[in-house]
Write a protein that binds this ligand. Structure first.
Ligand SMILES: CC(C)(COP(=O)(O)OP(=O)(O)OC[C@H]1O[C@@H](n2cnc3c(N)ncnc32)[C@H](O)[C@@H]1O)[C@@H](O)C(=O)NCCC(=O)NCCS
Ligand SMILES: Nc1ncnc2c1ncn2[C@@H]1O[C@H](COP(=O)(O)OP(=O)(O)OP(=O)(O)O)[C@@H](O)[C@H]1O
Length: 634
């Protein structure tokens, strides 16, 4: 596929190169460059060959002109030509962060070109892709009086957007794609200017045919902030697919869009953690079926407690907001409500004014149960629309630890392990040690991870060991402890008997605080000595393991907090097995620590050693590699 820079308000365009060829010197240079460029790229990119050729030509011309015409202004012109060519080249090869893809063909043509359109759009975009399908656009440019029309083939539209979400995820799972569904039930006003929608590049299938000026006018009238932007404008020229996709016809019985149905109000339900393409397809098909109101039950509490890596599920308000934000962009006229769902039915079995429920192949039985309950409650049955499951092609190759084959939130959560969840508290500074505070609950597996990090090259400090040091006879802390808790905590050799001391403090928060007020400052002092020592020995990354790091407030001085967690039942099992402790004692210790969820709020990186050891090591290796990247840059 060939792309062309067709408009750039601020930069002179490469046609300057061609017109400047009137200069004899650069014609010679360009010709040589063109030949060289073409020859080097003869197989694939003759276009690129030309650009490189033009650049080389410019250089050739420049050198020539320097010798033939020692005229300064001419040389300046040469420099400007070269600069233009360079800027153009950079734009051609660089990606924008956010693109708006403007599709103006008929839906059947878009469908035929769909794969290559998605491939090109993904290739040109780093973070966010907004897709605006408006086949009326061409007509309106030729004849601005012509009317906007509704997109009445909603089934084709559904097939197109489903593909957009699925295939773009396969090509780049980190790209956030949003397909606007305007002009489906109503003629929607211009695209909503919204803080959630901005773009720095327009991609389009629109062939210009001397309509640049009207296109520009249209964009000024219809796109937020268009005028003020310096846009890269990339034209995607169609390449009809040689192979037609097979339409999935098997589920057409449950495909109410295919049957041409439209409803006033519909219902869906879900957890919607880290909205993924499966959710986007569910929400978009709901939009295609619903004219007025969409009720979306959002699960929380008991419904999500047993989900895999539930500790990493976004909080309820964030999930509701994300769903609303998505729909605000996709279908600004739709009324959206997101009540709390603590059982699989929620308001779906008590609200009379709804006609349709949208589910997936895996939750279709939930739809049937809703209808059963509605009948019991003397309410109308809902029509059930079933969407296909969007599959995750990477799931089997990721880690073989139970990833689901469908695109799922739990796969997404698992992929977060070992990655940077939020920016470091203190950025890396050359010449200073980089401190990682490693923390986690009882028996979560911190010690193993500390060992792994040591094997990878970090200096490791175990604050538990420093704690023991702080209790040693005749230290400052020792004297204070005896003073506060009395001689009966000492054994015959006048060492502190930690068991006896434990008896005094573990049942009283007040007594425990007296102890930690003495011991924690001492541990902190010893830790700083160890950090200095390791740094002077040449270690750049120093990991300090501290089970109570956050409780003690030590996280405020570290560059990053890394949190290790396993579900509480698992931690109890492991602690009882490892230490031979009673259930009661383990529970008591756990209750004196912050919960996993609380700790994870501070986490820059999280690990979950719930599966085979090998998989934990892989999480640590991933975290280490990423850490090296951010501590070697600048
Ligand atoms: C009990 C419910 C709400 C819990 O939701 P769940 O935890 O499964 O939500 P999740 O966020 O994972 O998914 C939300 C919806 O998207 C669907 N979905 C998830 N992944 C995919 C995928 N890859 N492809 C297609 N659809 C997907 C789910 O099947 C579900 O229908 C739900 O699954 C259910 O049973 N729905 C049917 C009944 C219903 O809608 N009740 C609530 C009415 S208010
Ligand atoms: N993947 C795993 N599967 C099963 N058991 C594990 C796994 N990883 C660690 N364990 C076990 O869990 C227990 C806790 O691990 P570890 O001692 O590393 O935890 P910790 O966080 O350092 O604990 P604490 O802070 O309580 O001393 C150990 O007995 C360990 O062998």
């Amino acid at each position: 596929m060939f792309q062309k820079l067709i408009q750039d308000p601020n930069q002179s365009i490469p046609s300057v190169i061609l017109t400047s060829n009137l200069l004899l010197s650069s014609i010679t240079g360009s010709a040589i460059g063109f030949l060289v460029g073409t020859a080097t790229s003869i197989k694939k990119h003759r276009g690129l060959g030309f650009y490189y050729g033009a650049i080389l030509g410019g250089i050739g011309g420049g050198i020539q002109s320097y010798f033939i015409y020692p005229d300064a202004s001419l040389n300046l012109k040469m420099v400007s030509i070269l600069t233009d060519a360079y800027i153009y080249h950079q734009k051609m090869s660089s990606k924008a962060n956010k693109s708006l893809l403007l599709l103006t063909q008929q839906l059947s043509d878009i469908k035929l070109n769909i794969k290559s359109l998605i491939e090109e759009s993904v290739k040109h975009t780093n973070n966010e892709l907004f897709v605006y399908i408006n086949p009326c656009l061409k007509n309106r440019l030729v004849n601005p009086e012509s009317k906007q029309l509704l997109l009445n083939d909603r089934y084709k539209l559904k097939q197109i957007i489903d593909q957009f979400y699925q295939y773009s995820f396969k090509l780049n799972p980190n790209l956030n794609v949003t397909c606007f569904l305007h002009n489906v039930h109503h003629i929607t006003k211009p695209l909503v200017s919204n803080s959630l929608f901005s773009y720095d590049q327009i991609l389009t299938d629109f062939l210009l045919d001397n309509l640049e000026i009207s296109l520009d006018k249209f964009l000024v009238q219809n796109l937020p902030n268009y005028e003020s932007k310096k846009l890269n404008f990339v034209n995607l020229i169609n390449k009809t697919e040689t192979k037609n996709h097979e339409d999935k016809e098997n589920f057409s019985k449950f495909d109410l869009i295919k049957q041409g149905k439209v409803y006033e109000n519909s219902i869906i339900g879900g957890t919607f953690d880290r909205i993924h393409p499966g959710h986007k397809i569910l929400l978009s098909e709901s939009v295609l079926l619903t004219k007025n109101r969409l009720l979306i039950g959002v699960s929380d509490g008991p419904l999500i407690a047993r989900k895999k890596l539930s500790e990493l599920i976004e909080d309820f308000d964030t999930r509701c907001q994300n769903v609303k934000n998505f729909l605000k962009l996709v279908s600004p006229d739709l009324d959206v409500v997101t009540p709390l769902l603590t059982d699989p039915y929620g308001p779906s079995i008590t609200e009379p004014d709804y006609q349709c429920i949208i589910v997936s192949q895996e939750t279709s039985s939930g739809g049937e149960m809703v209808n059963k309950k509605r009948l019991e409650n003397n309410l109308n049955e809902l029509d059930i629309h079933i969407i296909d499951l969007a599959n995750d092609d990477d799931s089997k190759t990721v880690d073989n630890t139970g990833d689901e084959v469908k695109i799922s939130s739990s796969n997404q959560r698992r992929r977060l392990l070992g990655t940077l969840l939020k920016q470091p508290y203190i950025a890396y500074e050359e010449g200073k040690p980089y401190i990682i505070g490693l923390t986690g609950g009882l028996a979560s597996g911190k010690s193993h991870i500390l060992k792994d990090l040591q094997n990878l090259g970090a200096a490791c400090i175990d604050t538990d060991k420093l704690g023991h040091k702080a209790y040693e006879k005749d230290t400052e802390a020792y004297r204070k402890i005896v003073e506060v808790f009395g001689n009966d905590i000492l054994d015959e050799s006048r060492n502190i008997n930690r068991k006896e001391l434990g008896k005094k403090v573990f049942n009283s928060a007040e007594e425990l605080k007296k102890l930690t007020d003495i011991v924690w400052p001492e541990i902190r002092r010893l830790r700083d000595v160890e950090i200095e020592k390791s740094f002077s020995e040449g270690y750049k990354i120093i990991v300090v393991e501290a089970p109570v790091m956050i409780e003690a407030g030590w996280h405020q001085k570290v560059n990053e907090v890394w949190v290790v967690f396993v579900p509480e039942e698992e931690a109890i099992k492991r602690a009882m097995q490892r230490d031979g402790s009673t259930l009661e004692k383990v529970k008591q210790t756990l209750s004196s620590q912050l919960s996993n969820k609380e700790k994870l709020k501070y986490a820059n990186v999280a690990f979950c050693p719930l599966w085979e050891r090998e998989y934990t090591i892989r999480q640590v290796q991933k975290a280490w590699n990423l850490l090296l990247e951010r501590t070697t840059k600048k």
